[in-house]
Design a protein around this ligand. Structure first.
Ligand code: GDP
Ligand code: MG
Length: 451
């Protein structure tokens, strides 16, 4: 719209105001096996100045209900708030706050929350400035009727994160691996995509986090023991179900990095005392030490990697398109086929390229035809339009796209149509600045010229 042409400020001011100083629910379970994206709230966060044009690191914690996911995220919050300085774990007597934890035994509805404030960091190795977004998921996994809902939450959070922390109690079971089946299938398709560079893996980092690890004599606590344990679990044997053999075969092809961390039992107070409020002094020492080692292992500045899809780095504004496309495919009664997931990815991929290209066009047009500029003669205006179109098309083509050339051609057509429409608006604005034409009578013309 012409009115919006000069609006280059943060778009967040066009959203309904929400409190972003805490957890914000972005995906709601409607209770009938469908999910709704809280678009206003998510857009408020992703389109904020800090996030909109900054590559995003999305850290997600997923897995069964009441296994300490939110609790862990609250320590991640402490780590990030203190920028990992020594002593970041905090006062041993301090209550643990942030994402809501200690859900009790009551069933809670599933959904996804994010922390309303991103953490801005620069990776000292790559020099990349990133915004870290923390994502808390709630799936129940405890009742057959709602297994599908949990699988949906697990799928959405895996697809949208750059680090998926898969929180598991005691040991990795076949059921836990079963949840990954959809991704390994999707991954195979994505890697076969004709526009794909076959070296690009569809997902980035998967970390199994095993709670209450009891076999320290077999595999030591921490990341090294975890890696060895994982190797054992992922070994393929003939008596496994075919599907699970496949998952094992493909897990390393689908994720760029797969790790595992073994955490010990936290002690009875943490595990079962209702009055426990998160004080470190109530935890077993080994457990507190484990948390202290675990978080830098996940989130040390040196290893932060922004979310990539098909090799393309996602900024806050891009992530919004992926959220929209993915939530949409989870509206049906059945879990989507990997092929549908692939299509949705390709759509979102093209949509975000289209949006960047459109932005490029208006940004460049505004440089000469924006509100503060004077009248431009017709030849200069047309030349400037042609230049802006060229820049926008270049921007569109600079993004690697999934879904083949036919799909991207459809989006390119949309881009051209958009630019032509916008150009008509710019022409009108420009024309209104033409004092010779807007002056209707000789006397007004005289006044205008005299001023
Ligand atoms: P979520 O539903 O997975 O987010 O779980 P919460 O973070 O709400 O925590 C549920 C309960 O698990 C709390 O009472 C915590 O004290 C407890 N808890 C946290 N970490 C651990 C752990 O490693 N082992 C055990 N057994 N309990 C834990
Ligand atoms: Mg929770």
């Amino acid at each position: 719209m012409a009115e919006d042409l000069n609006n280059d400020s943060s778009e967040s001011d066009t959203f309904e105001v929400i409190d972003t100083n805490g957890p914000v629910q972005i995906i709601k379970d409607n209770g009938d096996h469908t999910f709704t994206l809280c678009e206003n709230d998510l857009a408020t966060i992703l389109m904020s100045k800090n996030l909109k044009d900054t590559p995003v690191v999305v850290v997600s914690v997923a897995g069964a209900f009441r296994k300490g996911k939110s609790f862990l995220l609250d320590f991640i919050l402490r780590y990030l708030t203190c920028e990992g300085r020594p002593g970041w774990m905090g006062d041993p007597e301090e209550e643990l706050t942030g994402f809501k934890w200690r859900g009790g035994t009551n069933r809670e509805t599933s959904g996804i929350w994010v922390w309303g404030q991103p953490f801005i960091r620069t990776n000292p190795v790559t020099g990349e400035k990133v915004a870290i977004l923390l994502m808390d998921t709630q799936g129940t996994f405890d009742n057959q009727a709602i297994v599908r809902d949990s699988a949906t939450i697990f799928a959405l959070s895996t697809m949208l994160s750059s680090i998926q922390i898969y929180n598991i109690s005691q040991q990795i079971s076949e059921d836990d691996l079963q949840h990954l089946h959809l991704f390994t299938d999707y991954g195979r398709l994505a890697m076969q995509d004709d526009s794909s560079d076959s070296k690009t893996k569809p997902f980035q980092r998967l970390e199994f986090l095993i709670r209450d690890w009891a076999f320290e004599y077999e595999f030591e606590l921490g990341a090294t023991g975890g890696k060895n344990y994982l190797n054992k679990i992922l070994a393929v044997s003939e008596n496994q179900h075919e599907e699970l053999q496949e998952v094992r075969h493909h897990i390393n092809n689908c994720f760029e990095n797969v790790g595992c961390f073994l955490l010990p039992y936290p002690g009875r107070t943490v595990a079962s005392k209702p009055q426990f409020n998160g004080k470190i002094s109530d935890m077993e020492d080994d457990f507190a030490k484990g948390i202290e080692n675990l978080i830098p292992y996940f989130l040390h500045e040196d290893i932060l990697q922004s979310k990539k899809i098909h090799g393309q780095t996602l900024k806050g504004k891009d992530l919004l398109y992926y959220f929209k496309s993915y939530v949409e495919i989870y509206q049906q009664d059945t879990l989507p086929e990997p092929m549908t997931m692939l299509r949705a990815t390709a759509e979102a991929n093209n949509l975000s390229a289209l949006a960047s290209a459109q932005e490029k066009y208006t940004e460049n047009m505004d440089k000469k035809v924006g509100g503060d500029h004077g009248y431009l003669n017709e030849t200069d205006l047309t030349t400037h339009h042609a230049e802006s179109m060229e820049l926008a098309e270049k921007e569109f083509h600079s993004t690697r796209k999934m879904g083949g050339s036919e799909l991207s051609k459809a989006y390119l057509d949309k881009l051209e149509k958009y630019m032509e429409d916008q150009f008509q608006q710019y022409c009108k604005i420009n024309e209104s600045k033409n004092i010779f034409k807007s002056a209707r009578t000789p006397i007004t013309l005289f006044i205008v010229l005299a001023v």
